[in-house]
Design a protein around this ligand. Structure first.
Ligand code: GDP
Length: 140
């Protein structure tokens, strides 16, 4: 498996509790390199576009308002098998079902306020990275 990139977001529940450093430590200890990182406040339009695949789901409005409720940290992570590796490090969407030691088991508050996002495929990672970063801002 070649080196690949994935897109990560540290969500508002994480920045609110000053967990950026603690979560970044888990990411780096897993062998993923943070090759781009920026703290932003997501606009309503950005959040709606980012989660448009969930537009028909009952939690879409709640999700968009949560993602715009405070600062987030957007990141590009690089490493061997980065997409699957980060999904493993994050743990299940619902922290009650997440494995011990995963970010969501350790830090998430609920299925909605679950501390981190990670791309679910290399194809989506490329699309998501483009939404938030220019190539020149990614330093591998
Ligand atoms: P992920 O890939 O593990 O992040 O999960 P999904 O793609 O299924 O969902 C995207 C995001 O929507 C999750 O990370 C949660 O923040 C949110 N979400 C998913 N299911 C629910 C739910 O039942 N209720 C609420 N409020 N938010 C949810």
């Amino acid at each position: 498996m070649a080196t690949e990139r994935t897109f990560s977001i540290l969500k508002p529940d994480a920045t609110e509790r000053n967990l950026t450093g603690a979560i970044n430590a888990v990411i780096e200890e897993a062998g993923l390199r943070i090759v781009a990182q920026r703290r932003i406040r997501m606009s309503d339009a950005q959040a709606k576009k980012f989660y448009e695949v969930h537009a028909e789901r009952p939690f879409y409005g709640e999700l968009v308002s949560f993602m715009t409720s405070g600062p987030v940290v957007v990141q590009v992570l690089e490493g061997e098998n980065a997409v699957a590796k980060y999904r493993g490090v994050m743990g299940a969407t619902n922290p009650a079902q997440a494995d011990e030691g995963t970010i969501r088991k350790r830090f998430a508050k609920s299925v909605g306020e679950n501390s981190v996002h990670g791309s679910d495929s290399a194809e989506n990672a490329a699309i998501e990275i483009k939404q938030f970063f220019d190539d020149k801002d990614i330093v591998g």
